[in-house]
Design a binder for this molecule. Structure first.
Ligand code: AMP
Length: 309
């Protein structure tokens, strides 16, 4: 039971109205893989430089993350810097230093080509396509993206949409990609572009799942403490893919992908995102156990059910 997790691995500098942190572990694949590691064995595909601290590699290994697909090359690790405005929702990118990313070709180890559950986490669409091309028979491919790629690589991104099962993106990206301001119309338009399932994330207001003939509104876990929203989307994606991998490969009743299974996957994603934002970097995810995840999952169930009369 495993899931392939592709994406950036970064050293971030984050500024919020309350605090500033430099040189902390970040990147889409870091959040995605650690989040997925609570459900399955992530096979990490990415690149770091020789400056990447050994303690982070040790942490990935401690979480049971397979590092055969991680390239460590001479040079500096990808560095991203961002600042959150007072609402802790609006974010400005201050710097994106590609460094070792500039010459990254994600060649998969032979043993990864059979992977069934795939998270094409945030990274250039050309690299997402390159990984997809090397997979022999993926069963469920989830893709995340960001505004930058919609701006500069829309062609490749559109091509990818015809080859994936589930697209994750946030509300502003959904507007940007479809031109639709209404999220329901945007979700439908995105499904028409290829993916069977579309998830539009709305930050602290949860996420919407669009399937062929169903719609699901997944709540966000209500939080009073929010230290750093960075990586929430990636932790969400890791939870979704990790949970699906755990359920669909285990010998359980859920051999087929049904809508209830997808709904549960989104709830787990939402729970993982809620932990992720409670501290900077992956610090909160370091301190939790599966029992903590399960406790929030149960609370989400209570929060979203009601009696008809
Ligand atoms: P999120 O908050 O889900 O958008 O993810 C934030 C993470 O994405 C940060 O830890 C960054 O290191 C990483 N990131 C930011 N910009 C990029 C980019 N252009 N490509 C890949 N990863 C990025």
């Amino acid at each position: 039971m495993s899931a392939l997790i592709l994406g950036s691995i970064a050293l971030d500098a984050i500024k919020t109205p309350f605090e500033k942190r430099e040189n902390i572990l970040g990147g889409a694949a870091s959040y995605g893989a650690v989040s997925a590691s609570f459900f399955t064995t992530p096979h990490l595909v990415g690149i770091v430089g020789t400056d990447f601290p050994q303690e982070h590699l040790d942490y990935f290994a401690d979480r049971g993350i397979d590092l055969e697909g991680l390239q460590i090359v001479e040079g500096k690790t990808f560095h991203w810097s961002g600042e959150y405005l007072a609402d802790m929702n609006t974010r400005e990118t201050l710097a994106t230093d590609l460094n070792v990313f500039e010459h990254f070709t994600p060649t998969l180890p032979e043993s990864y080509r059979q992977e069934k559950f795939i998270l094409l986490g945030n990274i250039a669409p050309s690299l997402q396509l390159h990984v997809l091309d090397q997979l022999e028979a993926p069963r469920f491919v989830v893709m995340d993206t960001m505004n930058l790629w919609i701006n500069i690589a829309k062609g490749e991104l559109t091509q990818l949409l015809t080859r994936i099962d589930m697209l994750l993106l946030n509300d502003t990206e959904a507007h940007q990609l479809t031109g639709e301001l209404n999220l329901i119309k945007a979700g439908k338009a995105l499904r028409k572009m290829g993916p069977e399932y579309v998830v539009i994330k709305k930050g602290e207001h949860g996420a919407l799942l669009f399937t062929k003939d169903q719609f699901f509104s997944c709540p966000a876990f209500p939080l009073e403490k929010l230290d750093d929203p960075t990586g929430a989307g990636d932790a969400f994606a890791g939870g979704v893919v990790g949970y699906l991998a755990s359920q669909l490969t285990a010998d359980t009743d859920h051999k087929e992908i049904d809508v209830q299974l997808l709904r549960r996957a989104l709830i787990y994603g939402s729970v993982m995102a809620s932990f992720s934002v409670e501290s900077f970097s992956l610090d909160r995810l370091r301190s939790i156990t599966f029992a903590d995840i399960q406790e929030r999952f149960e609370k989400m169930h209570e929060l979203s059910s009601f009696e008809k009369k």
